[in-house]
Design a protein around this ligand. Sequence first.
Ligand SMILES: Cc1cc2nc3c(=O)[nH]c(=O)nc-3n(C[C@H](O)[C@H](O)[C@H](O)COP(=O)(O)O)c2cc1C
Length: 357
Amino acid sequence: MIDLFPIVGPILRRFDPETAHTITIRALATGLMPGPRAADDPVLRIRLWGRDFANPLGLAAGFDKNAEVPDAMLRLGFGFVEAGSVTPRPQPGNPRPRLFRLPEQGAVINRMGFNNEGLEPFAARLERRRTDPRCAPGLVGANLGKNKDTAEAADDYALGVRRLAPLADYLVVNVSSPNTPGLRALQGREPLRVLLRRVLDERAACRLDNPPPLLLKIAPDLTEEDKADIAAVALETGIDGLVVSNTTIARPPGTPERFRGEAGGLSGRPLLGPSTTLLADMFRLTGGTLPIVGVGGIAGGADAYAKIRAGASLVQLYTALVYGGPALITGIKSGLAALLKRDGFAALADAVGADHR
Ligand SMILES: Cc1cc2nc3c(=O)[nH]c(=O)nc-3n(C[C@H](O)[C@H](O)[C@H](O)COP(=O)(O)O)c2cc1C
């Protein structure tokens, strides 16, 4: 496939980031852009939750909020795509501007606030692709959020599970966006226990032969006590995995002065270290028994490999795509495959958590 990003990227960056994103989604939705994907190196295969991933690199939530372009993204080479966050009812999100590029830092700050079209159009798109012969191989997960004005958060997540459990390859309960007031408090021990029991009950009530695994996505800004509580509740309730992590409200050294006061979540390169440390902590606290999706700051094969060695079974990215374009996907996969082979791993699964042994 010819890489047009060296030409298209600079043009897109002349637009404000949100307009550039809308243009990208529209272009991808035409279905004309990505060519056929090359076969993945067999060393990258992994089987989790009874599902086969051709490679462990996924598109993180927030890029395809309305499930408009999962097949286009799979064709670009992702092994899986996490669409959403979707809330039961459509909502506009926060006022603009709400998305900022920090190119020197390889970072982005966003305070989108779950702007999305709501559950129905999202579900209809997933429904349609199930019978579409042009649908690309790979898995499509759904990331669930809550509407800003819903008082009882669990009701919204339950609605998401009920509607999407029959349609998505996996579900993520996202309680870690910094841009919905009160959301991250759901990571506390008691509220989390109540919420996870409720969504697991809801999934059971769907009576599916092959119910989708249910994962919890957590924030990087947690105390030691928070981490231990989350690990304990995750194991006790029996959820199927963790996504580590969402964006950070921290502003690490090196964040330009004019962005320090900009509210929202920071993603990209400055998040690589903190999110990988949290991933290692969660792997240790759960005794390596819970599959973890590692996300935050991945921009190369070595970053993906570091997450896998720290305990990730799958990885995802978003921000690096803004700066590197789709060629990054092939680059990360081949870099990762080379590192696995260099260190003598016959299969990806053998490297998961290698740093802990
Ligand atoms: C513009 C933008 C929007 C995002 N929206 C969501 C979202 O709706 N739900 C979610 O769980 N994470 C969302 N995220 C977080 C990403 O999924 C990911 O966890 C985070 O950006 C770290 O990965 P990265 O450094 O590769 O971008 C968003 C990130 C960005 C940059």
